[in-house]
Write a protein that binds this ligand. Sequence first.
Ligand code: ADP
Ligand code: MG
Length: 571
Amino acid sequence: MKNILAGPMDAIKADLATEITSPDRYKLLQRKIVLLMALVTLLPLLSLAAINYYEHQSSMSAEIQAPLRALVGKAKHSFELFLAERTSAVSFIASAYSFEELSNDANLQRIFQVMRREFTGFVDLGLIDTQGNQISYAGPYDLAGRNYAEQAWFRQVQFKGAYVSDVFLGFRQFPHVVIAVRHTTESGKSWILRATLDTMHFDRIISAMGLEPGSDAFLVNRQGVLQTESRQYGHVLDALPFSLPPTNFEANALAILDPQGRDIFLASAFIADTDFALVAIKPKPTILSTWYTVRADLLFIFVTGVAVIFLAVYRLTSVLIKRLQESDEQRMGAIHQMEHSQKLSSIGRLAAGVAHEINNPIAIINEKAGLMRDILNMRPEFPDKEKFIKQIEAILRSVDRCRGITHRMLGFAKRMDVKIEVLDLNAVLLETLGFLEREAQYRNVELRHNLAENLQAISTDHGQIQQVFLNILNNALAAVPDGGTITLTSWDKDQNFVGISVEDNGCGMSEETCKHMFEPFFTTKKEKGTGLGMSITYGIVKRLGGDIQVKSKLGEGTTITIMLPKKPVEG
Ligand code: ADP
Ligand code: MG
């Protein structure tokens, strides 16, 4: 069906249909809203949590690193003091005695004894001339007469004046260091005094650091060779299994991953005038266990918070979207209704115009035909008079029918006066059924009545109600197959309305047909239908203040229900 008015309305409808009927649209909208709300609420929460996390972590780390750094600083100081004391002792002896005094073994022995008494750790003492020859020696080893000219420390001390060697294993397989001092007299003569220290005292300083289990501290030289025992990374003179992070003379601390994959804090500092760095290590997990519980709590709160927010947002938007959908559907319904009444009123106006225009020529035909009949009646001698009169009467009957039609059309357009009377709807229904009984009988269609007894009489227009029933019953009869059933039901709906329904087990309607069935000129019956029945019915029912509903399933049947007010409506 297509009519001139359908164009713009269809466009609006199509627009609305795509906008509203697609269920994805609401899902999409809901997803967008949930996402946006989640973003708006979660973003601050997330950043807050992140900031909190990092602040806490860095302050925790600082709190742990600071004492570790201080510990290394203090121990480094002890090492420096220990070595400086011993270096100056050797230096003092080298300058307090002359070369001759020192080259005497007995003298040197005596001096060495005093030195050992005053300073712990010395193992031996020897005098060496500038050629590297050992001149005299006091100590447990038989080193007299040795030449050190080729040794690295000898060249170092010649050059630097004082020198502390790396740790080495002495003859007794004890770790030692060498302290060597060069002395030059005013006359330009110079000699070297060399003392060996055992490094037991190093271990003592380290154990004085009071390390907890799992922690570690050791000396390591610039080449990465351990100078003292390490609890975790090897023995004296083993290579440290990882390279030392950048270190200077100020103690500094940082977090690293050791070769065993442990998270550790490491503090280190070089010891002045030596090649050694002092390193202290604390494993991270034990240190940070408090922080880990705090973090777990934080995480729990965060996750629960997020879940609650998501749930709330989801529920809220669900409700909102449902409301939106409902209101959209209502709007859609209202627009449908509006469109409908607009169409009906347009067709009504059109019909009224046509009826009005046709009324005049029909009146003329009527008048002229009547005149012809009168003239014929006055001429008894007219040949074939009876035949003519019969034809003229046929014309007059057709004109009458035309009048009836235009009258109906005008009625549809509300131009006809509504004549309100008190009616028994059951009676009107049965009376209308009377027109169709013959056809029903002929086609073996069963007509069932299920009418309410004592149905309250209502005030309404007899002719129009009859037309409504006729249109509906006609359609039902057209829909049912031979041997089908049509059931008429009436009931007292409530204080203000009575209900009448016509149910058939006919062909039923598709959704599409249902949508359009009230539209003027919409028909599925090709030339057999006018498509006016239901639109006129709709117009009448609405005008009388009633309502009409359709329930139909393709192939199963249709039920048309109308509700009519008991009292006539104004206007
Ligand atoms: P017409 O009867 O001239 O086709 P109507 O306005 O009376 O026009 O009906 C419009 C259309 O509605 C019909 O063509 C038909 O497709 C459908 N229709 C109406 N009533 C029924 C019914 N009881 N069963 C099946 N289809 C129906
Ligand atoms: Mg019809």
